[in-house]
Design a binder for this molecule. Structure first.
Ligand code: ATP
Length: 550
């Protein structure tokens, strides 16, 4: 219910969306853009000169408040759509989710399987079946967890409706026939209009709503990004470019990313000669390349020229990534956003200082005006992987930062900490509990923190364990009383248990550490022993020796 409300909220926002659509329908849909585009369209649309693109970009930015209007489309209302016999037969139409540049979407419940579906209704004032069903044709070829699931599509023709209506009318209703048919003629006028219905998976929320309404953790952001990369990688691998990738066309269902809205998507494979051809590799799909399409500010600058390819989606991804990682604070006005967006769309990108690290590098590379300079999806994945392993390497080199950061904490707290940091890698205690003792031991924790289940060789483990042990003991020596007294009863219990546990292993550890300490000429200190919840600081001297195991 809450999700539905949020959806409706999103729909309100949606009407403020600024969208550029195909050249053929642009006039009907976006009259406000015609002035801008007509001024320079004939030249700039055929010219890929980057300075020109830049000029146009600035103009687009100035027009980000322009509103999209779908008034010229003959879109059915909730009542009209639910009264279609063909729809009634299978669905309960629950809600009109919204209208876009090309059609309307209804939330429906299937009468047989009881599942929720989104039915997209795309009217067309044309008899060109090919044109009408382009979206469905692209959409139906996909099968991926991060793509909105396509289920079915069909065309409602005037004849279908009329026939359906005839079938359904009872004798008593016949008197009203004239009025009913007149109404139908009004909504589906005489020029051969048809309605394509696409039945697809219903998603609860858009990425736009998710970014705007929730303070997302680093882990969630990273998961969302990975899923977007997966979904987009799949679309491209199918030889399709989306061309209108933006947070309103990316949905979430039960927390999983689903890329949707393939109304602008086209088959396009870039060949070595740089030209885009259809899937068979024969015909240059010029109609595709001349379409001007996309949503500001996500559309790539080269969309303003006649030559572009799937890398336009990477530009959009750059913007999405920026918003995902550095969302505008909730009450930011459009006016406040404008200079930031404008800066990001410049040829010499102006990126806010707050954007740092790997995300800065990726965003800058994706927003590059030269598609050849843009990172590919593979580049991004490899970069992120490398970044991660660099961090791990750094962690290892500096002597297990995990422990240092949480110095003095109990094992289970360290374990929680590691789990928090590396949620995506460590699923459960079992994942790190390599000796199946049901207790996350230091050796195992070290392994997890350093290599995520990579089995370290034994001596490596021992050295790490020794280092940690030394650190811990040093800490115990100086802080144990403070730490102990600051803990809750429950935590003290845990601490006692952990130290006892360590002591139980001490005999075995002693041997290793003795060997190692002889090597490094370092002596190991043992300073505290604990019994009956009491910390007794037995020998606070610097050079105490390890007592035998209790
Ligand atoms: N599979 C879906 N599940 C839930 N809601 C959806 C789904 N597909 C679309 N919607 C919602 O339906 C509304 C209309 O979508 P539609 O795709 O027709 O237009 P749009 O994306 O708003 O605009 P345009 O397609 O012109 O960019 C949007 O609010 C969208 O969030």
């Amino acid at each position: 219910m809450e999700q539905d409300d949020r959806h409706s909220e999103g729909l309100k926002e949606h009407s403020e969306n600024t969208r550029l659509s195909s050249s053929t329908s642009r006039k009907e849909i976006l009259p406000s853009f015609d002035v801008e585009l007509d001024n320079d369209s004939s030249e700039s649309m055929s010219n890929s000169d980057s300075s020109e693109s830049e000029t146009n970009n600035s103009e687009f930015i100035n027009n980000t408040d322009s509103q999209c209007s779908s008034q010229s489309l003959d879109l059915p209302t909730l009542e009209e759509f639910s009264s279609k016999t063909r729809i009634q037969k299978d669905f309960n139409v629950l809600e009109k989710l919204g209208e876009g540049g090309f059609g309307a979407v209804f939330k429906c419940k299937h009468k047989v399987d009881n599942n929720l579906y989104a039915l997209k209704v795309i009217p067309h004032q044309s008899k060109d079946q090919e044109l009408i069903s382009k979206e469905a044709k692209v959409f139906c070829q996909f099968n991926h967890p991060n793509i909105v699931r396509y289920h079915n599509s069909w065309i409602l023709t005037e004849e279908d409706s009329a026939a359906d209506e005839d079938d359904d009318k009872s004798q008593e209703q016949q008197d009203d026939d004239i009025q009913f048919e007149e109404q139908d003629e009004e909504s589906h006028s005489t020029d051969g209009s048809q309605i394509l219905v696409i039945q697809m998976e219903f998603c609860n929320i858009t990425l736009r709503q998710r970014i705007d309404n929730a303070d997302l953790s680093k882990e969630v952001k990273s998961t969302l990004l990975n899923e977007i990369l997966e979904g987009l990688g799949y679309i491209h691998s199918e030889g399709v470019m989306h061309r209108d990738l933006n947070p309103k066309n990316i949905f979430l269902k039960n927390g999983t990313i689903k890329i949707g809205d393939f109304g602008s998507a086209r088959n396009a494979v870039q060949y070595e000669d740089g030209l885009c051809r259809n899937m068979n590799g024969f015909k240059i799909i010029e109609d595709v390349m001349t379409d001007y399409i996309g949503t500001l500010p996500y559309c790539a600058p080269e969309l303003n020229s006649r030559r572009y390819d799937k890398r336009v989606d990477l530009y959009s991804l750059g913007f999405i990534l920026y918003e995902l990682i550095y969302p505008f604070p909730q009450n930011t006005t459009e006016q406040q956003k404008e200079p930031v967006i404008k800066g990001l769309r410049q040829k010499q990108i102006e990126i806010p200082e707050v954007v740092q690290g790997s995300s800065r590098c990726i965003i800058l590379k994706l927003l590059d005006h030269d598609p050849d300079e843009r990172m590919t999806l593979l580049d991004i994945k490899q970069y992120l992987e490398k970044d991660k392993s660099n961090q791990l390497e750094c962690m290892r080199k500096t002597g297990t930062q995990v422990y240092e950061a949480e110095a003095g904490e109990t094992d289970s707290e360290i374990y929680r900490y590691i789990k928090e940091r590396e949620k995506s890698k460590v699923e459960s205690v079992q994942d790190i509990d390599m000796n199946s003792s049901a207790i996350p031991r230091r050796k195992e924790l070290v392994q997890v923190s350093m290599g995520f289940n990579r089995q370290l060789d034994y001596s490596e483990c021992m050295v790490e364990q020794y280092n940690l042990q030394r650190k811990l003991m040093k800490l115990q020596q100086t802080n144990i009383m403070d730490i102990y007294s600051s803990l809750s009863e429950e935590k003290r219990e845990e601490m006692v248990h952990n130290i006892k546990h360590q002591m139980n292993n001490l005999e075995q550890q002693k041997k290793v550490m003795d060997t190692l300490s002889r090597k490094s000429d370092t002596r190991i200190h043992f300073v505290s022993s604990i019994s009956n919840k009491k910390v007794i600081h037995e020998n606070p001297t610097e050079h105490s020796t390890i007592p035998p195991n209790e």
